[in-house]
Design a protein around this ligand. Structure first.
Ligand SMILES: Nc1ncnc2c1ncn2[C@@H]1O[C@H](COP(=O)(O)OP(=O)(O)OP(=O)(O)O)[C@@H](O)[C@H]1O
Ligand SMILES: [Mg+2]
Length: 232
């Protein structure tokens, strides 16, 4: 949902879309079947509905359209069962595109740089979440808060991390993403960091995050283990 389409280029698919188009075309035309917009990536089990520059205009075009905040939700509902996770990348601003994501989502994963300005944006984000819960998506949860760009050599980084943990308590992931050069380089090669340099500290941190997300989900649903098959 980000007009900058960084995620699309970050998985090596810059400028590519399905014959049906990008998420922009699906949103504005309220496509009947989002499946036609899904393209495969080089990563096993990861598919993408690409973003492109057209989305910049969508912020304005959506204003005049019916159900303008719920269009993404409508697109995702019919295909949701086909995937374990649907991840919606949001633009940095809180406009209609982000609002569509917040209305479509079960939960939000908040990433925060360990810098002073991250705290300034937080109050606005929390009040937006509150408003969305009241009016548009009462079940919207916080999946977790992820501290990124962490540099344990600076006092400021440590202080900001402490402040965020004081505020969000156990919602903050134990995993922290360090400032890491390989994370910065990977997108310029059109590769996710786990394909670019899986041994880097950055990749290891993101793998740890994935494990933590899965463990939390397992703890929440706590499905009992299936019984051992008879005779084994
Ligand atoms: N932990 C990190 N260490 C070093 N570089 C990083 C790290 N995280 C992200 N970067 C780099 O910073 C840039 C922005 O990262 P990213 O796209 O994740 O930010 P974003 O919050 O999605 O930005 P935007 O709000 O503009 O969409 C990229 O070039 C990325 O490679
Ligand atoms: Mg981004």
């Amino acid at each position: 949902m980000d007009p900058q389409a960084n995620l699309t280029s970050g998985v090596g698919l810059k400028g590519q879309a399905s014959p049906a188009g990008s998420i922009y075309h699906a949103l504005v035309a309220q496509a009947a079947d989002l499946a036609a917009f899904i393209i495969p990536t080089a990563i096993e089990n990861l598919s993408l509905v690409p973003a492109d520059r057209h989305l910049t205009g969508a912020e304005i075009e959506l204003v005049a359209l019916p159900e303008r905040e719920a269009r993404l939700r409508r697109l995702l509902r019919p295909i949701a069962d086909r995937f374990d996770y649907l991840i919606i990348d949001c633009p940095p601003s809180l406009g209609l595109l982000t609002l569509n994501a917040l209305v479509a989502a079960d939960a939000i994963l908040i990433t925060l740089h360990c810098e002073y300005f991250a705290l300034e944006g937080l109050a606005e984000l929390v009040s937006t979440l509150r408003r969305v819960r009241v009016s548009l998506n009462k079940d919207l949860d916080i999946e977790g808060v992820l501290l990124t760009m962490y540099d344990d050599r600076t006092n400021l980084g440590q202080q900001v991390a402490r402040d965020i943990r004081d505020f969000f308590k156990e919602k903050v992931f134990r995993t922290v993403i360090p400032r890491n050069v390989r994370l910065g380089e990977a997108p310029s090669h059109g590769l996710p960091v786990i394909l670019y340099d899986v041994k880097s500290r950055g990749a290891e941190a993101y793998l740890a995050l994935a494990r933590e997300v899965l463990a939390r989900t397992a703890a929440q649903t706590s499905v009992p283990a299936p019984p051992e098959p008879a005779g084994s």
